[in-house]
Design a protein around this ligand. Sequence first.
Ligand code: FAD
Ligand code: 2HG
Ligand code: ZN
Length: 485
Amino acid sequence: SLRHARHASSLKLNSVGAEDIAYFSKILPPTSIISSLSSTPAAADELDQFNSDWIGRFKGHSTTVLKPKTTQEVSQIVKWCNDRKIGICPQGGNTGLVGGSVPVKDEVIVNLANMNKVRSFDPISGILVADAGCILQNLTDYVAPHHHIMPIDLGAKGSCQIGGNVSTNAGGLRLLRYGSLHGTVLGLEVVLPDGTVLDQLTTLRKDNTGYDIKQLFIGAEGTLGIVTGVSILTPPAPQASSNVILALPTFKNVLPLYQTVKRELSEILSAFEFIDRTAYDLAVKHGQGRALTEEEIDGAECFVLVETSGGRREHDEEKLNGLLENLLTADEPLINTGFVSLWALREGVTEAVSKEGKAYKYDISIPLSTFEDVVNSTREHLRSKGLLHEKAVKAVLGYGHVGDGNLHLNIVADAFLPEIQDALEPYIYEVVQSLRGSVSAEHGIGAMKTHALPYSKSQVSIGLMKKIKDVFDPNGIMNPGKVLE
Ligand code: FAD
Ligand code: 2HG
Ligand code: ZN
């Protein structure tokens, strides 16, 4: 239809000018405005950090970063930008891995870092209400004395914000146990693209009063509004928790091992994560976690991290020790060895990869049984194109969340080169499509995968997404160029 043809994000947006800075200066203190256009212009490198993404692949050209402290300030900024048709890029901790948190052009960056207060915590229900800009680790520390934990945990916890987590519907290391944010988020406060404040910050466990609008903002990546407050259910802290890393002679053992571990540990299993040998070697090389001797791991092809969380240490340890004993004494042992370990080795892979080189990241949902094949065939594909050498692709590795069917396929290169990009895409997306998987399991679409959406979503679904975008944001100001092309 005509209306469709003028889909929001394709409309022309304006740049920030002197008049806009004058308005922002009326509603915000000078310390909340970082702009090359203001009377005390920001240095280029100060703006640069807000314009650059974590992987170093995407770069925006924003002249102006605003750091509001209150929902009211966010609302005034957004209303002004909507009236003036100025694009906005909402930004949390800027740890996103798909280029969603930096502008595609010169949108205003609305950075949530100054909205960092806990609003309330109820130690009986475990319900936490916090500003969207609260850093995940700070929230974990806040609820810890009350014997609660956050239902989500990830390697970026020291920088990422709860509003960013919600906006990407981040998965992370605890999803197997506590489920996704679609279940644990109870309410949201959102500034809509016309500046209206949508107050759905309820603390109710149950609320079946028609369409559950807040779900739309979970995973919207800032394209439907700015999340300013989050109400979230925090689980009680487990009384005891242990981690072991198991070294496996072959990838083929991962699935039978997962079955055995689920059966034997039952309710105390809280994570089952996988790293292949290349990922392990890189993590160790870059100092993430304790290295074992080659003798200890005995030529292992991959590793699995098993975490238990339960109510009584003796009970849990007995179960875990029993499991290890059974695994090691079986006629055909599924593992070479098991050792007590911390999360560092698994959590540190992303950091290690970025120290090694430039990372092409594919965050895919595919059947578990195909994890290894997909990693190996990608490597062979790059070799066949003559791209597997020190000056192009240095490593191809796989790791991820086995319990969630989520493989992180990383290609580490010497530099971001068009010939590598062309070899990887659409190759990988076609593989995902042929397996009826998802091109984004947990990191989102951002700017990186807008063209890849049709590999896992039908035209009917994409059409509905565009209509929803139009309803919320008819001027297309909210995070243009992200999620939808
Ligand atoms: P940003 O990166 O700032 O933003 C991400 C997106 O959300 C952008 O589109 C932005 O516009 C939007 N956004 C941010 N805040 C708001 C807001 N308040 N309102 C509206 N839109 C907003 N992800 C996983 O799912 N699982 C993992 O295990 C995981 N591990 C990671 C480990 C490392 C070392 C790193 C660097 C990243 C990892 N990530 C992981 C990526 C993950 O998406 C982010 O870390 C996190 O969820 C993003 O939060 P952020 O505050 O940094 O958001
Ligand atoms: C993880 O599970 C994160 O460690 C990051 O989701 C994955 O860097 C990646 O590809
Ligand atoms: Zn992950």
